[in-house]
Design a protein around this ligand. Structure first.
Ligand SMILES: NC(=O)c1ccc[n+]([C@@H]2O[C@H](COP(=O)([O-])OP(=O)(O)OC[C@H]3O[C@@H](n4cnc5c(N)ncnc54)[C@H](O)[C@@H]3O)[C@@H](O)[C@H]2O)c1
Ligand SMILES: [Zn+2]
Length: 371
């Protein structure tokens, strides 16, 4: 069993992100230290039908081997489940399972399960312990680390949420083999984001490193997920509440979120697909403001393209005015037009007060690049 441990340093609330191969089969061993420092008697595994079918057996066994009385709460897969009604039904199931404040909730699945289970664990009995067992590339490199939980409201995505740090994150990269092409590619876009923000954490050029990952070799995945998790862990340790540095992780997400919202989250774009287009756009905006080094946008297109990721909006592309309205509403933009830009790979800058005309011109360029 190969394993890398990365610490999220938050004083008394510090925890490890363990990244490795076949970790779900050795849960009792990996959880050992955390387990012995607590007095859990019961565990509730929150999962969805897909992740549950694939992975709940070894997880249940590992928890049983630790002597925990374990129950499973399963939700319907997909973003459709990320709402307050499902969150409250999970909370009800926690009560029915007899979970007390001295017990633990275990999130087994992708970002949807992690967000719902995390939200439920944060409000049930004013907060119970949470373990994240992420099984998608997206959740391993991003959503399971950092303590943000959320559900969607009719009026927008992730509008209701809490901060609730887990006590452990265990990312078993062997689980990524069964992911669909589309879900894997979506996670790959978040990996690309880390590569653009922090290229020195990865071997070689961004394009080559991304292309290698298409093969899903577990050794490559272990190294890559560990690098991404280290960056996220560092950012969260420095800026837990999103006041500064953490905002740079929003790279590619301003246009990305607008593209998702303008298609009303119909699933035309995966989250990562939208972010990939958003990064190609952010690089063009970076160049247009004079901040970004010439050639940055071309390098983005080549690197994302080499991993089969999209670099331009789907046809028919939404008019810029529609996207601008969503970009201005973005909850992270504080009412001003704000984007994360790059001077060059590895040097992000958060820019506020961006000129809408410059943004429109860059969008025209993005559309022109379509082949
Ligand atoms: N809290 C945060 O900081 C944060 C950060 C980024 C994203 N998110 C949230 O994460 C969610 C997206 O997460 P996601 O991309 O993991 O989507 P997801 O949870 O919907 O999972 C994608 C699909 O893959 C299936 N699946 C999960 N693991 C699998 C496996 N190993 N093999 C085969 N199928 C598997 C799931 O059942 C689902 O159908 C969004 O709701 C987003 O808002 C949260
Ligand atoms: Zn994202």
């Amino acid at each position: 069993m190969s394993i890398e441990k990365i610490k999220v340093d938050l004083g008394e609330r510090s925890y490890d992100v363990s990244v490795g191969v076949r970790l779900l089969e050795a849960l009792d061993e990996i959880l050992g230290d955390v387990f012995y420092s607590r007095e859990w008697r019961r565990a509730a595994i929150v999962t969805d039908a897909n992740a549950g079918e694939l992975f709940s057996a070894p997880v249940e066994k590992g928890l049983a081997d630790l002597g925990l009385d374990t129950s499973v709460i399963s939700i319907i897969p997909g973003e459709i489940s990320k709402n307050i009604a499902i969150a409250l039904s999970v909370v009800d199931s926690l009560a029915e399972a007899g979970i007390t404040r001295a017990d633990v909730v275990v999130a087994l699945g992708g970002g949807v399960v992690g967000d719902i289970a995390g939200f439920a664990a944060s409000i049930y009995k004013r907060g119970v312990d949470l373990i994240q067992l992420p099984t998608t590339l997206m959740s391993q490199v991003d959503s399971s680390i950092g303590g943000k939980t959320a559900v969607n409201l009719e009026s927008g995505k992730n509008l209701l949420g809490t901060f609730h740090q887990p006590v452990a994150v265990i990312a078993d990269v062997s689980t990524l083999i069964s992911l669909s092409e589309a879900e894997y590619a979506s996670g790959l876009a978040e990996v690309a984001k880390y590569m653009f923000l922090c290229p020195e954490a990865f071997p070689g050029q961004v394009g080559g490193a991304l292309e290698t990952l298409i093969g899903r070799d577990t050794g490559d995945l272990l190294a890559t997920v560990a690098s991404c998790a280290s960056i996220k862990a560092h950012v969260v340790s420095v800026d837990e509440r999103d006041a500064g540095l953490r905002a740079t992780l929003n790279y590619g997400h301003t246009l990305g979120h607008a593209l998702e919202a303008s298609t009303e989250y119909e699933g035309l774009y995966t989250h990562g697909g939208a972010v990939s287009v958003g990064m190609a756009y952010a690089a063009l905006v970076s160049e247009a403001t004079g901040l970004g080094e010439p050639g940055l946008a071309a390098r983005h297109r080549a690197a994302l393209g080499s991993a089969g990721l999209p670099v331009s909006p789907l046809t028919p592309a939404p008019p810029f005015e529609t996207l601008l309205a969503f970009m201005a509403m973005d909850k992270k933009s504080k009412g001003d037009l704000t984007m994360v830009l790059l001077e060059v790979e590895g040097r992000p800058v958060v820019r506020t007060g961006l000129d809408p005309e410059l943004l429109a011109m860059s969008y025209t360029r993005l559309l022109e690049e379509r082949s």
